[in-house]
Design a protein around this ligand. Structure first.
Ligand SMILES: [Cu+2]
Length: 211
């Protein structure tokens, strides 16, 4: 027998499902993982799920948000990949003791071997980046799908800042934002890491002694 509490929970869950089904959020561009540990170098993937009002997708542009550096783009044999750079406000450490003065501003995939059909399938666009060490922050990766006819922009940001991650109304406010605009920018929530990314350290291993 259901307790009143579980009935309420079931009703709430049903209402949430109805909200998500009513909102086209499930069909928008989103990052495959919507959370990541703050400060990690993270593999990311932007998922493109449909074309522009029936027109197939033949290009994708992603704007890299402030604070995200050391971007590299996954090898892709089906698309031409280009990056645009921007100057950093101040240099940040790069690999091997170097300092970086600029970072990727935009990634552009174009000229596919074959287009993404307007409906019925999806494709992931992979890149990798160093995330800022700011647990609780939300990064927005503005993305535009370019189609044979028209474009489908996911560049809208919340009109009022979202409550802090973990606040009681955070989830609802996030759902409201996703439903309130035709093109919400894909987001990534930075979580406090449970452990360092490289708990064993990153020093070069000691070479083995010759036999
Ligand atoms: Cu959509």
């Amino acid at each position: 027998m259901k307790t009143p509490h579980s009935v309420v929970a079931a009703a709430t869950a049903a209402a949430l499902v109805a909200t998500l089904a009513a909102a086209p959020a499930a069909a928008h561009n989103t990052l495959t993982a919507m959370t990541a540990p703050a400060g990690y170098v993270q593999d990311l993937e932007m998922r493109v799920t449909h074309g522009c009002k029936g027109s197939p997708v033949n290009g994708v542009k992603i704007k890299i948000p402030e604070g995200v550096t050391r971007v590299s783009v996954g090898m892709n044999r089906d698309w031409k990949v280009e990056t645009k750079m921007r100057k950093l406000p101040k240099p940040v450490p790069g690999e091997g003791g170097t300092m970086l003065t600029e970072t990727v501003d935009e990634i552009i995939w174009s000229q596919p071997k074959s287009v993404i059909p307007a409906l019925g399938t999806y494709e992931g666009f992979r890149f990798r980046a160093s995330l800022p060490n700011t647990p609780g922050a939300i990064l927005f990766f503005k993305t535009i799908n370019l189609c044979e006819k028209g474009e489908d922009p996911y560049i809208d940001l919340p009109k009022t800042p979202l409550p802090a991650v973990g606040a009681p109304d955070f989830g609802q406010k996030l759902i409201d934002f996703m439903a309130a605009t035709p093109g919400p920018a894909p987001y990534l929530i930075l979580e406090k890491p449970a452990k360092p990314q490289y708990p064993w350290g990153t020093a070069t291993p000691t070479p083995r002694k010759a036999p």
